[in-house]
Design a protein around this ligand. Structure first.
Ligand SMILES: [Zn+2]
Length: 183
């Protein structure tokens, strides 16, 4: 079981292995916010309730680019596995088509790989758009791309306990948790 680590601001940061969570608490770098009341961890010198959620004592500035790298897994999830140009979902694609990453402002024209410049596109739309800007070809994405603030948690959400889910819900809202597959 893993422990959900919150920043000092209570923003959920990441899941950490239990051993590391305990080390942070014992070193005074984190406090236990919620613990498993039935589980106690004992060592030679102390006993602690097993933490479910810890909060860092000092605010840690996490550079955005480390926290929220664009991967296709998260990009497709953000866009609901739907081509942002023809609106077809992955299931509706024909054989030999696949979902791809499209850069609204093409890299060759100075576009970057940040969340606000990439959208999910089927391979056909991606090819059709080619090297053009959305305005030049009239291909505007279904949703203007934004940076999702929760994707770094997505990989672990199905393993969150109820109490850990509560903190994500409080911080990001119920919709986010539902989008991640939690309750
Ligand atoms: Zn398409």
């Amino acid at each position: 079981m893993r422990c959900l680590a919150l920043n000092a601001s209570f923003e959920p940061l990441t899941m950490v292995p239990m051993r590391r969570a305990l080390r942070l608490v014992i070193d005074g770098k984190a406090e236990i916010i919620e613990a498993d009341s039935h589980e106690v961890i004992r060592s030679a010198s102390l006993s602690l309730p097993r933490p479910a959620i810890i909060r860092l004592v000092k605010f840690v500035h996490v550079p955005r680019r480390f926290r929220r790298q664009v991967t296709n897994t998260f990009l497709f999830a953000r866009d609901d596995y739907r081509c942002q140009f023809c609106h077809r979902t992955q299931a509706e694609l024909r054989q030999r088509e696949c979902l791809t990453r499209d850069h609204l402002v093409p890299i060759s024209r100075g576009g970057g790989n940040e969340w606000t410049n990439v959208v999910t596109a089927c391979s056909s739309c991606n090819t059709r758009k080619g090297n053009r800007l959305p305005e030049e070809c009239g291909m505007l994405p279904l949703h203007p791309p934004t940076e999702p603030h929760f994707v770094h948690l997505a990989w672990s959400v199905r393993r969150l306990t109820a109490i850990q889910q509560k903190y994500i819900r409080v911080f990001y809202g119920r919709g986010t948790l539902e989008a991640l597959g939690g309750r």
